[in-house]
Design a protein. Structure first.
Lengths: 112, 118
């Protein structure tokens, strides 16, 4: 069993829809949770960063962490065609150089 | 400020050939990483470095070597390429952490190198 599970999709939604992307994990030591966005043939770029449980909002994006269920989510409101990308969840147990464990990514397509 | 750059962008090798991938960062970051990304496997850590002159093995180090002679550069070497090393390789860097969690303490990725081994 992988430490981090993420549905690969693809997920196709119409422009303006609310998108929900999710990851589950098994390592209870994870405390730092990240979402990266990766456009085709590009490197991942950090989108959201959350420490421990709770919600974090940044514009149209909301990240949620439920440590009791070992479940994290990324919500995208009013989705745009420019949001079409692969979204990777990532998590680690500590600060510093320690290993970051990535999900396999969910491919999202927003149809105009 | 170019961030993290990788050279080359694309490369095709024959089995048994060797090559070096270069990663450079201009953000004065202490930590640097090499990942490979394969379909259905996600990003897997090959090697990493916590500072100039230091390297350590990651999750999938076999068949690769690394060196960090200068703080800004992290080299990934393939001594004898195999078809199983066909992948997209990403370099990343991150700064020393302040002890308080903040978004700037995360990894910054380069654009990737697409390697095909025939």
């Amino acid at each position: 069993q992988k430490e981090v599970e993420q549905d690969p999709g693809p997920l196709s939604v119409p422009e303006g829809a609310i998108v929900s992307l999710n990851c589950t994990y098994s390592n209870s030591a994870f405390q730092y949770f990240m979402w990266y966005r990766q456009y085709s043939r590009k490197g991942p770029e950090l989108l959201m960063y959350t420490y421990s449980s709770g919600n974090k909002e940044d514009g149209r994006f909301t990240a949620q962490v439920d440590k009791s269920s070992k479940y994290i989510s990324l919500f995208i409101r009013d989705s745009q065609p420019s949001d079409s990308a692969t979204y990777l969840c990532a998590m680690s147990s500590a600060l510093g150089y320690q290993k970051v464990t990535f999900g396999t990514g969910t491919k999202l397509q927003v149809i105009p | 400020n170019a961030g993290v750059t990788q050279t080359p962008k694309f490369r095709v090798l024959k089995t048994g050939q060797s090559m070096t991938l270069l990663c450079a960062q201009d953000m004065n970051h202490e930590y640097m990483y090499w990942y490979r990304q394969d379909p259905g496997m996600g990003l897997r850590l090959i090697h990493y470095s916590v500072g100039e002159g230091t390297t350590a093995k990651g999750e999938v180090p076999d068949g690769y070597n690394v060196s960090r002679l200068k703080k800004q550069n992290f080299l990934l070497g393939l001594e004898s390429a195999a078809p199983s090393q066909t992948s997209v390789y990403f370099c990343a860097s991150r700064p020393l952490t302040s002890g308080r969690a903040k978004s700037t303490d995360t990894q910054y990725f380069g654009p990737g190198t697409r390697l095909t081994v025939l």
